[in-house]
Write a new protein. Structure first.
Length: 115
């Protein structure tokens, strides 16, 4: 009878561990932040890769609170000099980006750039 209780305990512990890891993975995969930056083509590096992402930017970026973070991301082409971008950053890196206008930047981001 004792071995059945031990098996139930071990089975329950394994299920709990799987659930915790599953929840952590879900959170990390779906965690998202928005950052803003301005393109500076002196900070792009052309890569030799087998995929389509041949350019890697390393730029200072700012969140809506104005906090600075250096972010790297890849693109398939060189981007327009001085363009403003909104970056969607997930736990594994930049998920997507889109060009925005200066007046679309949060106020605390605008003070780091001039129009």
């Amino acid at each position: 009878m004792e071995s059945i209780r031990e098996k139930i305990f071990i089975f329950s512990a394994v299920i709990i561990v799987i659930a915790v890891f599953g929840a952590a993975f879900y959170f990390l995969e779906n965690y998202e932040s928005i950052y803003y930056t301005q393109i500076d083509n002196t900070k792009v590096e052309k890569k030799t890769t087998s995929d389509n992402m041949k350019y890697e930017y390393t730029l200072d970026c700012y969140n809506k609170k104005g906090n600075k973070k250096e972010i790297k991301f890849k693109t398939s082409r060189e981007l327009r000099e001085n363009a403003y971008l909104m970056l969607e950053v997930k736990s594994l890196g930049v998920h997507s980006w889109k060009e925005v206008q200066y007046d679309e930047l949060p106020e605390k981001v605008r003070i780091n750039y001039r129009e």
